[in-house]
Write a protein that binds this ligand. Structure first.
Ligand SMILES: CC(C)(COP(=O)(O)OP(=O)(O)OC[C@H]1O[C@@H](n2cnc3c(N)ncnc32)[C@H](O)[C@@H]1OP(=O)(O)O)[C@@H](O)C(=O)NCCC(=O)NCCS
Length: 182
């Protein structure tokens, strides 16, 4: 599988070590970790939100241009959340954040926000272009927000793109974006 998220060294790639609150964010570098991300997404999107199972896992999950992250409870090693970043070579300076999910029992402790910030860090490190100010780099993170989660994203700096509403998997969404710079 050409796009499997392996890492040459196989070592864990820690984006946020979890100090002081015991939730680390790591990059997915193995098939086992990707399957742990899928397990969280199936629980949250398919079981809880009734997204059709056949729509949840798609070919973008294993594309070479896709990155995934996991939130891990450092005390137990349990995977409690995930998110993915999509990029396209013909859209430099722009990435898409999606499939953000935190297990119900782990919500409202800031894990979702930490996952978003970790994805933004990855985006800035790997997909940024020259920013508006001299010597800066910038990347715009675009996402398709479930309307119920728009307040969550707004608190993290995301703004509505054009206000158009659309149904995806039976849930109303709007596009939001946030430009992050160095
Ligand atoms: C969205 C989600 C990832 C947030 O994770 P989390 O770990 O609870 O996030 P945080 O603890 O950083 O922030 C929680 C805040 O966001 C609000 N929030 C986020 N999503 C919400 C939603 N769908 N409905 C209502 N409130 C939501 C919470 O009420 C809370 O607000 P508060 O800080 O004022 O109390 C999590 O709720 C989730 O997995 N939801 C189901 C899947 C989903 O909707 N994903 C987003 C798709 S666009």
């Amino acid at each position: 599988m050409s796009g499997s998220p392996t890492h040459p060294g196989g070592e864990p790639v820690v984006l946020d070590d979890g100090a002081p609150d015991g939730v680390a964010v790591v990059r997915v570098t193995t098939r086992e970790q990707l399957e742990q991300a899928w397990e969280v997404r199936m629980e949250v999107f398919v079981d809880e939100q009734q997204v059709p199972a056949e729509e949840e896992i798609d070919e973008l999950d294993t594309a070479a241009t896709t990155s995934h992250v996991l939130a891990v409870d450092t005390a137990t090693g349990a995977v409690i959340g995930t998110a993915r970043l999509l990029s396209e070579a013909d859209h430099p300076g722009e990435v898409h954040l999606g499939r953000l999910a935190v297990r119900a029992a782990a919500r409202n402790r800031g894990v979702g926000a930490r996952l978003v910030v970790a994805i933004e860090g990855l985006a800035l490190a790997e997909h940024a272009v020259r920013g508006a100010a001299p010597g800066t780099l910038a990347v715009t993170v675009v996402l398709s927000a479930q309307e119920a989660a728009m307040g969550f994203y707004a608190r993290l700096g995301y703004a509505v793109v054009n206000g158009e509403r659309y149904l995806d998997a039976g849930i109303w969404h709007q596009d939001m974006a946030h430009t992050v710079s160095s």
